[in-house]
Write a protein that binds this ligand. Structure first.
Ligand SMILES: Nc1ncnc2c1ncn2[C@@H]1O[C@H](COP(=O)(O)OP(=O)(O)OP(=O)(O)O)[C@@H](O)[C@H]1O
Length: 269
């Protein structure tokens, strides 16, 4: 069997996001059980875990959309107590995150209105639409676009104010398989273009191993980090070449095994 890469060393000066004993309970039920994690600038970190392990809860706490019960998230050296301006979130449900009565250009402009001049906003809209393959489509309304195009628009909106960190919660779960492949490669491209750190939650183990520089595997709730795996697959990733590598199969099998074991623990306890 191919040897698995080592667990990353977590001490580094260029840590951009740190989870420090993050705990979250809903009433009496503890979901996140003291998570510790360091994410370095420029990393693409995928988070996988069994259904109900608290992935969305974790992202909401990191984004300042929800307060933890204990512990904290530190973003660029500052404890998160409200949504940080240099952090953007892309959710799974693009149909609810885009406003249907506004064109795509207006949707993208909205979060920038009090931050940039009109001319700057116009330039940024043009730039991000081109980056996500929607150049010249800004005049369309969301309901005039396919699901894949709407999700591209949602990504463009996240990119428009040039966040340092992009949090993505199952962003491609609602699109067809072909579109999903295109969007995976799109997100790798914009990560490089915009020099961003990406934290990407997914159910899809293949997707996590394909995209990630690291894959963080969560246990079942009450959730801790089960394993933090460095993905040493060559860059740039390629849908066919990367997925044909024995190292790719070894990693995906390893992650699959961890999730299965977390699920069986969850059903026993
Ligand atoms: N606002 C809330 N109030 C009470 N319980 C909640 C709330 N939000 C989530 N939960 C519960 O917390 C647990 C974790 O939910 P969460 O959505 O974070 O998990 P997840 O890993 O993202 O799930 P999935 O993989 O199914 O999307 C679930 O049992 C859920 O029912």
């Amino acid at each position: 069997m191919t040897a698995l890469p080592p667990t990353p060393s977590s001490t580094s000066d260029d840590v951009i996001v740190e989870l420090d004993g993050l705990q979250k309970s809903y009433g009496e039920i503890r979901i996140l059980d003291g998570l510790n994690l360091k994410i370095r600038k420029g990393e693409f970190v995928c988070i996988v875990g069994p259904s109900g392990s608290g992935k969305t809860t974790l992202l909401k706490c990191m984004a300042g959309l929800m307060s933890p019960t204990a512990g904290r998230t530190v973003f660029e050296g500052v404890e998160v107590t409200e949504p940080p301006s240099k952090l953007a979130v892309v959710f799974q449900d693009y149909s609810r995150s885009l406003l249907p009565w506004m064109t795509i250009a207006k949707n993208i402009e909205l979060p920038m209105i009090n931050k940039f001049s009109k001319a700057e906003r116009k330039d940024r809209i043009t730039e991000v639409l081109a980056s996500v393959g929607l150049g010249g489509r800004g005049h369309l309304f969301p309901w005039q676009m396919s699901g894949g195009m709407q999700q591209r628009a949602a990504i463009a909106r996240g990119l428009a104010y040039q966040p340092d960190v992009l949090l993505m919660d199952e962003p491609f779960a609602a699109v067809d398989a072909q579109t999903r492949i295109e969007l995976e490669d799109l997100v790798l491209k914009v990560r490089d273009e915009f020099d961003m750190t990406v934290l990407f939650v997914t159910h899809d183990i293949d997707e996590a191993v394909y995209l990630g520089d690291r894959v963080v595997v969560l246990s079942g709730a009450p959730t801790t980090v089960n394993e933090d795996i460095v993905v040493n697959l060559p860059l740039p990733r390629h849908q066919l070449d990367t997925k044909s590598l024995p190292e790719y199969s070894a990693l995906r099998n390893h992650v699959f095994g961890l999730i299965q074991s977390a699920k069986s623990h969850a059903s026993i306890s």
